[in-house]
Design a protein around this ligand. Structure first.
Ligand code: SF4
Length: 339
């Protein structure tokens, strides 16, 4: 089992497996994912579409719907350093007290996250009502106005009475963020929070998240495929490929010294803010079908350094220093490192 290195974790994930039982076969979406998030940091899961980032983040609060199933693993949540909750052992009723309350989500598309039939104020207040923080919707409206103010929505007293269709995309996402903050969460999971927005609004929303993190003392798990966002926002980053974590490091170190062949190719495929780049490259091949994942290292069909052992054995995760780990046979001492 992978050793985790956090001093004051808010979440620990140990050897998580999530499968989806479809008519076409069993999709092995997550296999052996382990990581921890330090209280107060912004931790990032990055990777191509379909690599398992969102499934991992949903599994943190058992938000895996049929035909998906959490096969095995442990998720420990530490509301305080001395209190540990085994999330996967909780009943749905028990986990609901944490989800949307202490651990909240900001999803990709604000258009579907908000109910078109209710005002923004009602929806924020309802989140508080569900978790017993208020007794009537009316009681939550002043707090909703405050939250809209914090998320920099102009004229919050008026917007609190608005319906989602009366707001722009950026404004809707601010309202979703306000809803996620309604119960003073300890961990906010932002799943591609800006993908559905245009570039200027994206920058504003990320700036807002940074501001709120500082003001509210939040811990953020950011899910993204955008390496620019990782560089701007994250303290540490885990790179996912085909349902596994292939590398984890502090953000600056990952950009300066990527070790896994997939991370290296990924960084050459996108503009890198820390390096001069003459041209962008594409990663050869396609992501594997997880009903029939490649044996051994899941990246071997696309890897320029693949060796015989890569096709047979899953690479173990190796800590190359205090804070940087990689899952690749090149670092097990059995082969020379790539240049
Ligand atoms: Fe490439 Fe082998 Fe490392 Fe996988 S384990 S990334 S195939 S060198």
């Amino acid at each position: 089992m992978t050793e985790l290195r956090c001093n004051d974790p808010i979440i620990e994930v140990h050897d998580l497996y999530v499968y989806f039982y479809t008519y076409a076969g069993v999709v092995r979406a997550i296999e052996g994912v382990s990581f921890c998030i330090e209280r107060g940091e912004t931790y990032c899961l990055v990777g191509e579409t379909g690599c398992g980032k969102s499934v991992t983040s949903r599994a943190l609060t058992k938000l895996i719907l049929p035909p998906g199933r959490i096969e095995k693993g442990k998720v420990y949540y530490y509301p305080e350093p001395s209190r540990r909750i085994d999330i996967l052992a909780l009943s749905e009723e028990e986990v609901k007290k944490i989800r949307g309350n202490e651990i909240t989500y900001i999803f990709q598309d604000p258009g579907t996250a908000l109910d078109p039939l209710y005002t923004i104020g009602y929806q924020i207040a309802e989140t508080m009502l569900v978790h017993g923080r208020i007794r009537r919707i009316k009681e939550g409206i002043p707090h909703a106005v405050e939250l809209l103010r914090k998320t920099l929505i102009p004229d919050p007293e008026r917007r609190v009475k608005a319906y989602p269709h009366e707001l722009s995309g950026g404004m809707k996402q601010r309202a979703v963020i306000a809803t996620a903050l309604a119960n003073n969460p300890k961990l906010v999971i932002a799943d591609e929070p800006t993908t559905a927005l245009d570039a200027t609004v994206q920058a504003q929303i990320m700036e807002l998240l940074r501001k709120l993190k500082k003001e509210e003392g939040l811990t953020i798990l950011l899910i993204t495929h955008n390496m620019g966002l990782v560089a701007e926002m994250c303290d540490r980053v885990a790179v996912m490929y085909a349902g596994t974590i292939v590398e984890e490091a502090p953000t600056e170190e990952l950009f300066k010294n990527p070790l896994h062949p997939y991370t290296r190719l990924l960084l050459r495929a996108v503009p890198n803010p820390l390096r001069r780049m003459d041209k962008l490259e594409s990663i050869p091949g396609t992501v594997p079908n997880l009903i029939y994942p490649p044996p051994g290292c899941r990246f071997h069909p696309r890897c320029p350094h693949a060796m015989d052992i890569c096709r047979e054995e899953r690479p173990p995760e190796i800590w190359v220093n205090e804070s940087h780990r990689v899952a690749c046979h090149l670092y097990t001492g059995k082969a020379s490192l790539p240049g």
